[in-house]
Ligand binder design. Sequence first.
Ligand code: 6R9
Length: 663
Amino acid sequence: MEEGDGQLEARLAEGDVFEPSESFMEGANVSDPDIYDEFEENWPECWEAAADLLEWESPYEQVLDDSNPPFYEWFTEGKLNASANCLDRHLDDRGDEVAIEWIGEPVEEANRSFTYAELHREVNEFAAALRELGVGEDDIVTMYMPMIPELPIAMLACARIGAPHSVVFAGFSAEALATRMNAADSEYLVTCDGYYRRGDPLDHLDKANEGLDAVEHETSTVVVDRLGANDDDFGHDLTDDQYDYGALVEDNAGAEVDPVVRDAEDMLFLMYTSGTTGQPKGVKHTTGGYLSWASWTSQAVLDVKPEDTYFCAADIGWITGHSYIVYGPLALGTTTMMYEGTPDYPDRDRLWEIIDEYDATQLYTAPTAIRAFMKWGTTYPEGYDLSSLRLLGTVGEPINPRAWKWYYTHIGNEECPIVDTWWQTETGGMMVTTLPGIKDMKPGAAGPPLPGVDVRIVDATGEEVDAGQAGYLTVQKPWPGMLRTLYRNDERYIREYWAEYSDTESDDPDDWVYFPEDGAKIDEDGYITVLGRVDDVINVSGHRLGTMEIESAIVGVEGVAEAAVVGGDHDLKGEAVYAYVITEDGYEGGDELRERIIAGVEEAIGPIARPEQVVFTPDLPKTRSGKIMRRLLENIADGDELGNTSTLRNPEIVEDIQKQVQG
Ligand code: 6R9
């Protein structure tokens, strides 16, 4: 018999604690509890442990140069190449072992494995092709591709020639692609003709071309022929500045490209992410610091070993895929899996079938997926042998204890530890989570900060809060995987991440505090529960979306006068987009306009930003100074108590809106 939901939630709320199993602890990569004290005493030199996981062309001189905060430098003067670290150094021992296990659509037909030797060859050939196109060191190459092997191949090829990549999630719109290429002055794009979704071919090049039309400078584009010349082909003709990937690679068959020696602080990639204002932020990550952080956390937290078949079900278009499908796992020489499809196609057992078939050893995914699995029911995983799994992980949003327990019981068979990992695009890798071979787990709490990571929960004045009190999550010391700046915008870097809690006039690193814009609380044991964003960013299915970006898409729709967007609670997605819209005079707030608004958002950002509800209202609740009371709109979306509305300029509007939302 299963415990009733209410009972279980109550028991977990009382602070249930789960110990990692003996068998896991015995084999864990990191198992000595002294690591926490040792790293604290030996900071920042403790991070030599991360740098030691890499192969350096020439050694670094200083672990941390903090002479110019918050522009920290790590492993200064060290030289290395990320592609050599992910490929070349494994060739002798692991050349014939599988590096990437790709499971593509259509099911069964499209699977490919790449051994390290094969991946090395593909990367070299494409690196040579990129050079031939004129890509030089430090040129930014944009990638707009779904989960196909050419994506990591292109990333590693760029890393090999010292050209930073900027990957744009394939689900993003043409407009989002153009914004990012323009912002980075990126003259090169790697994309594909199309791909499959639930068995159906989807035109991708059409969208890429539309984006390219809005790029302000000359570009060269490489197009992967993903669909092949069959009925599914959309019959695109390549233009003069577009090159066929297959032909380029064939021309460079057998080519070898010496890895370009990069400085530890040289940019490895840019990743655009949503922020408070409409303009996406170009987060800059470096070769030495980022790669060592992705590797160390993969080893210590995900317990990755070379002989593993490790499965992260994220998309490489997000930071999780960068760090934990591509760079971390490949730097450690393991087998990393890449799944192109969705978890419910052809049926809702797809992930379990894959894990069973490939004997996957870890599964790292988002709580939103786990909530969907839970809703679909236990019969789907029950039909499969999941005993190859040794560890489970979650990322992207808070996990509610009930989903945690379901994952633990039905997927992990109560034997696999779960790591609930808090981090961000900006942190490069994990920051707050248990070390699975050492620490007990508390469902709902991510855990203590990693060793050597100085996270504290503070109040608005920067004082640490007491256990149990809500406050703001801050990072008080730099770490190797941190972003170095926002691309070409040092001033915004300081304003967005440091200004809140730092003395920005000071050159003493102790006066500088990183603020990730998350709320959190901490318990007596130092376990941190992340409460969610405190800025205008919402988290839909683990994806970060800026409310301002969505609002500006909506006001761009004909007939809309004003819009306010907030995140409301959602059973599966965590949060969903709620849009409150005032129509222009002469326009009706009905289904027709609602559909155009939804289309406008999909066009500007992508389907992930699609509003769950569009509420038409004659006015928005505003303070006397004219600021929209978003908090109130959030409460309405969540169906929460509203409290005092008397300070509003227009309190009568609230009831109106509430009626519409709650029907
Ligand atoms: C890796 C990634 C970052 C934001 C972050 C926070 C939320 C991530 C979380 C979590 C609670 C966790 N977040 N992991 N909240 N528990 N384990 O997701 O990066 O897309 O930049 O999002 O996601 O709000 O600030 P990114």
